[in-house]
Design a protein around this ligand. Structure first.
Ligand code: HEC
Ligand code: HEC
Length: 392
């Protein structure tokens, strides 16, 4: 059986056989996550949609030169983000202006993207598919037309939705798969919600006390009575947008065809375009109060999702804690809760230990998410116009 189907269908069959004939949800969220799982009325979860969305998520043919899939910036084995780069790298090596968010528990996000400009997972896909520095398709219609013509998909869409490939069904399939990327039952959950005294270390417990006390973290990264997403679903100016990147003295430049040279940064700055401006939530609301405000991310599995912040400017959790301890950059409009904390080295280590206790029990299984390359059209390297990534 397909591993996704077996992961979700077998528990379903079990539930159906165990209880009276009431309709049970397809997915029961793990300890620590709100229940039931929010799913829009017009896109109920089914095993067929989840399996189809999974195939699409890993299919590089969703980009014009068959190089970029969703999974290349949301890499399962790298916390559904990319640990190696601060800013997302898209088609033909083009660099975007933001860090790819981890997709764990994305089903619970009320607004999508760092600036919250999108509302539903179903609609969100249009942005990466057509963004010239991400998947680089000329239009969403181009993608629909291409997927329709790929062998197999039209039939699979009909089986899952009763209708063929369209923007709507493409969005529904990808959304359904992403809603299954749940991760909870972390040591923290077993300690805090299930009362298992030994589930976390004494150091992590001390870190929790700072998180909810002296550190003021919990005022934005919320913990509920029965569940915790560690976000208030709101936007704040943490001062991070004004943190200068430490300039590398020399930079690797790919001249194409595998020739890489190292050039001094100063020489490069004379020819490169300045990095694109990023004004945060302001870009959506045009309200000056929203300048440089970004969405509070969930902290679940945060130990796996470096680098941090919308621009990936902080590389480790130690750097994040040092940043908050310093009181941010003190930039214009910075939230007053981001102020010097006076943490001792022990307190900082405890906070980091607490953040590590938020790693879910299924992350190893999730890291193995993939789709067989051969079933996605075989060798892509041979295709004319394919550049960048050779087929595996
Ligand atoms: C080139 C890298 C890249 C590719 C390819 C890519 N993404 Fe992303 N993704 C990003 C970045 C960067 C952001 C944040 C952008 C922003 O905030 O403006 C993002 C944001 C998201 C979000 C919002 C998450 C949140 O917490 O707000 C979702 C969901 C998502 N991507 C899913 C997908 C899907 C599905 C695909 C394939 C159709 C895809 N991504 C392809 C880089 C990528
Ligand atoms: C005023 C609200 C607020 C407070 C207080 C706050 N945070 Fe945050 N936190 C945010 C926002 C907003 C972001 C995202 C900023 C960005 O993307 O530029 C963030 C990002 C983070 C990240 C990076 C997550 C990621 O995936 O990139 C970590 C880790 C974190 N916070 C931990 C903490 C800790 C620990 C504290 C307490 C010392 C704390 N936060 C206090 C709002 C807050």
């Amino acid at each position: 059986m397909n591993p996704v189907l077996s992961r979700w269908v077998l528990p379903l069959l079990f539930l159906l056989s165990a209880g009276p004939a009431v309709s049970q949800p397809l997915i029961v969220p793990p300890l620590g996550l709100p229940s039931p799982l929010p799913v829009p009325d017009d896109n109920p979860l089914t095993p067929e949609k989840i399996a189809l969305g999974r195939k699409l998520f890993f299919d590089r043919r969703l980009s014009p030169n068959n190089t970029m899939s969703c999974a290349m910036c949301h890499v399962p084995a790298q916390g559904f983000t990319v640990n190696e780069v601060r800013l997302a790298v898209g088609i033909n090596g083009k660099t975007g202006r933001r860090n790819a968010p981890a997709l764990y528990n994305v089903a619970y996000q009320r607004l999508l993207f760092h600036d919250g400009r999108e509302f539903f997972l179903e609609d969100q896909i249009i942005s990466p598919l057509t963004n010239p520095v991400e998947m680089g398709n000329p239009s969403i219609g181009y993608v629909v037309d291409k997927v329709r013509k790929l062998p197999g998909y039209e039939d699979e869409f009909r089986a899952a939705f009763g209708t063929g490939v369209s923007v709507a069904t493409l969005g529904k399939a990808l959304a359904s798969y992403q809603r299954t990327l749940l991760s909870g039952n972390a040591p923290f959950d077993r300690w805090y919600f299930a009362g298992e005294a030994e589930a976390v270390s004494e150091e992590a417990k001390a870190g929790f006390a700072i998180f909810t006390g002296k550190g003021r973290c919990v005022s934005c990264h919320l913990i509920g009575e029965h569940a915790a997403l560690f976000t208030d679903h709101a936007f704040h100016n943490t001062g991070v947008a004004h943190l200068p990147l430490i300039p590398e003295k020399t930079v690797e430049v790919d001249l194409g065809s595998g020739f890489v040279v190292r050039l001094p940064r100063t020489q490069l700055d004379q020819v490169l375009l300045p990095p694109e401006k990023d004004l945060g939530r302001y870009e959506v609301t045009l309200d000056p109060a929203d300048l440089w405000r970004y969405k509070t991310p969930s902290l679940r599995n945060v130990a796996l999702t470096a680098p941090y912040m919308h621009n990936g400017v902080l590389l480790t959790l130690d750097e994040v804690i040092d940043y908050y301890d310093r009181g941010g950059t003190g930039a214009e409009g910075q939230d007053p809760r981001i102020a010097p904390l006076g943490l001792t080295p022990e307190e900082k280590r405890a906070l980091v230990a607490f953040l590590h206790s938020l790693t879910g029990d299924n992350v190893t299984t999730l890291a193995q998410e993939r789709y067989p390359h051969a079933e996605l059209g075989g060798t892509m390297a041979a295709r004319p116009g394919a550049t960048g990534y050779p087929g595996p």
